[in-house]
Design a protein. Structure first.
Length: 257
């Protein structure tokens, strides 16, 4: 009787171990099966550094298709952004697109880790908002980009970035702050200026969607972003697809010239 009991216990343990092995193996297989679906899909990519607005907007159709692939694997866990792929090749997209989007998500997680920002879900999207809304003078609405007036334009865009970094503008539209964003005589489709040490750029996202309405979803403000890349310090206002509506490089160089 004792031997029979031991035999059944042994069989139970072997079955349990085997079941665990199958569960682990299934988890691994599920991950690879997920990415196998992209093996025969169209490769999405282009050359260039996406931090430069003319590169990302110049390839916006390809970028948006690649972004949608990546966003399909974006999840929220413990109020942080998570994803289940490790390189662009997993989704059959170019590495420069992967690095740009992942960089934005990682910097958003860093803001959340600081304890000064919170993640707010808005339908199928989200915003990263400051927990404490600073009491600062709000940017005037109905302002205009003035062609050739680089000092004025730079200050206007930088003030808008600072406002958005202190008080959430998520869900509002760029056209509420820059009234002539849909003026084709100025924005064809974007407007900007680059010197040796600084630059600014402002884009009408609706233009790329062939939408004459300045208040389309592509001009909807989502979150601010900033990053130091070598000797270039970038400050940006992004839309819900991480496309830059406003890009400013080396504002301090501009102020100190």
């Amino acid at each position: 009787m004792g031997k029979q009991v031991c035999f059944y216990v042994f069989i139970f343990i072997i079955t349990l171990i085997g079941g665990c092995d199958q569960s682990v193996e299934k988890g691994i297989l599920d991950r690879y099966e997920t990415f196998e679906m992209y093996a025969d899909s169209v490769f999405l990519g282009f050359e260039g550094d996406l931090f430069y607005p003319e590169i990302i907007w110049g390839n916006v159709d390809v970028y948006l298709s690649a972004f949608d692939r990546m966003k399909a694997h974006l999840k929220v866990k413990d109020d942080r952004l998570t994803w289940d792929f490790r390189r662009g090749a997993d989704l059959n997209i170019s590495e420069n697109i992967y690095e740009y989007v992942i960089g934005v998500w990682q910097r958003q997680n860093e803001k959340l880790d600081s304890g000064e920002y919170r993640l707010e879900l808005v339908g199928d999207n989200y915003t990263i908002e400051p927990i404490v809304q600073k009491d600062i003078l709000s940017s005037r609405t109905g302002q205009f980009i003035i062609p050739g007036s680089h000092a004025y334009n730079m200050e206007l865009l930088h003030n808008l970035y600072q406002l958005h970094n202190s008080v959430s503008l998520g869900g509002r539209y760029l056209g509420a702050y820059i009234e002539n964003i849909c003026d084709p005589s100025t924005f064809r489709p974007g407007y900007g200026y680059s010197s040796k040490n600084w630059s600014y750029h402002c884009d009408n996202g609706c233009y790329y969607d062939n939408n004459p309405n300045c208040f389309c979803i592509h001009n909807q403000i989502s979150h601010p972003d900033s990053d130091l890349r070598g000797n270039e310090y970038w400050e940006k206002i992004l839309n819900i697809n991480n496309l830059p509506l406003v890009s400013i490089m080396n504002y301090n160089n501009f102020k100190n010239q």
